[in-house]
Design a protein around this ligand. Structure first.
Ligand SMILES: NC(=O)c1ccc[n+]([C@@H]2O[C@H](COP(=O)([O-])OP(=O)(O)OC[C@H]3O[C@@H](n4cnc5c(N)ncnc54)[C@H](O)[C@@H]3O)[C@@H](O)[C@H]2O)c1
Ligand SMILES: [Zn+2]
Length: 405
């Protein structure tokens, strides 16, 4: 039902986005502008081994900034890693925190900034709007093209005690600077390139199809982490979908194709701007228990589930799905709207196969017996079911998992 109070929508992103080959060199001016004297780079050993930490240290040193490096990050970081990173940060007491890596390290940097600014344990910050105030300046520098964490207001950790991914969402988590330099993605291996790329598509599609801002059953101005689909977010999502259609298979087949790398870097940031305002929905809700239990990557889980959830949403979003088919490069001339919408689902299935994303839960080692538990956990993430254009019951979610099994 339309809520008459909700006639307006809003939009936020990183304080400033610096985009393009060589953009990381501008870190010197950024550090000067922030009056930074001591920066902490939060990263991992693979990023260090690829020589990317030096690319970040050089402009910082040119600006006279003392630099510490925490390289204990890991993919899909756990609470334990976050505790270590925060402890490290307390010891060196940086005035600026830099997340360098994929979504995992950028999220770890966000959580580290919260921990070093406000103290306490991550658990108290889980969910929406539980961060008490601004955090020390955050700069995010992605080395994958996918998560959009460089512009988003969320950070995701893995709760290994309860086998689920959990997030904290707050406007205080938007980085002051997002430095998106496609050259830093060149060394990203094939699998994280594919996984992150399909995550970007998932963000764009979920934002594009989300419950609309004026139909969200939450009054404007009340506390909810997303706005619902709105024209600005949808415009960004359309461009992101088009760019993924153009570049993702190409980049996975040729990791040195820098034009495709740049296209995907842009796609990921645009998709991040779209989803962190309009929302992500059931694909992400269903990925959290799946990824938590099966330890697949976020991108794999999302990519696998995406076409099945698109099919579930088709009756409510036929025209939008038909448009997605065209954006992905499908020839939809002469087709009915429903036929064109089906093409979008087929295109995503084909894309998954082309880049090596599993198409069945059993390929990830999941068992049929786990599915009811997954459905129970996914159904409980109310913010994500609310944003799903066709409201799912727990039984609907189980049916989608079974179809994807
Ligand atoms: N905060 C958000 O808005 C948001 C959004 C989506 C996903 N996420 C989170 O992001 C994480 C996934 O991030 P991701 O897909 O970017 O992968 P990732 O950060 O987990 O990186 C995957 C692997 O690739 C390596 N790698 C990355 N870039 C490299 C490079 N240029 N050269 C060499 N090695 C490189 C990393 O060291 C790591 O081992 C998940 O935890 C997910 O939940 C967060
Ligand atoms: Zn995601």
């Amino acid at each position: 039902m339309t809520d008459p109070q909700r006639m307006t929508w809003g939009f936020s992103t990183a304080g400033r986005i610096l985009f393009g080959p060589g953009a990381v060199g501008q870190l010197e001016q950024v550090a000067e502008r922030l009056r930074s004297a001591r920066a902490l780079i939060v990263t991992d050993q693979a990023i260090a081994a690829a020589g990317l930490v030096e690319r970040v240290i050089a402009p910082l040193e040119a600006a006279g900034v003392a630099v510490d490096v925490f390289d204990g990050g890991e993919p899909e970081p756990s609470f334990d890693v976050a505790r270590r990173s925060i402890e490290f940060a307390r010891d060196c007491d940086p005035d600026t925190i830099i997340g360098l890596g994929g979504g995992s390290n950028m999220d770890l940097a966000k959580v580290t900034a919260v921990g070093v600014t406000h103290g306490g344990d991550f658990r108290q910050y889980v969910d929406h709007d539980n961060i008490p105030g601004p955090v020390r300046p955050l700069i995010c520098i992605p080395t994958t093209a996918g998560t959009g964490s460089e512009v988003s207001h969320s950070a995701v950790l893995t709760d290994t005690d309860n086998d689920i991914k959990v997030s904290t969402l707050s406007e205080y988590l938007r980085p002051q600077y997002a430095i998106v330099d496609p050259e830093l993605t060149r060394s990203c291996p094939k699998k994280p390139t594919a996984d992150a790329g399909i995550d970007a598509l998932t963000h764009a599609v979920e934002a594009y199809l989300a419950t609309r801002y004026n139909e969200l059953p939450i009054p404007a101005g009340s506390s909810f982490p997303y706005e619902g689909a709105h024209p600005l977010g949808q415009a960004l999502a359309e461009q992101a979908i088009r760019l993924v259609g153009e570049h993702l298979v190409q980049v996975v087949n040729n990791l040195d194709d820098m034009e495709a790398r740049e296209g995907m870097a842009l796609a990921a940031t645009l998709a991040g701007m779209a989803f962190s305002n309009c929302g992500v929905a059931l694909v992400h809700g269903m990925e959290y228990p799946l990824g938590g239990a099966l330890h697949c990557t976020h991108g794999e889980g999302n990519g696998l589930l995406l076409p099945y959830v698109m099919r579930f949403n088709l009756p409510k979003r036929t025209a939008e799905l038909a448009r997605i088919a065209a954006l992905l490069g499908e020839d939809v001339a002469g087709l009915s709207e429903k036929e064109a919408a089906e093409r979008a689902i087929e295109a995503v299935m084909r894309l998954n196969e082309a880049i090596g994303i599993p198409t069945r839960i059993r390929q990830l080692g999941g068992t049929r017996e786990q599915l009811p538990e997954f459905a129970r956990k996914a159904y409980a993430i109310k913010r994500l079911t609310t944003l799903t254009p066709r409201q799912p019951s727990e039984a609907d979610i189980l049916a989608i998992y079974e179809e994807a099994f």
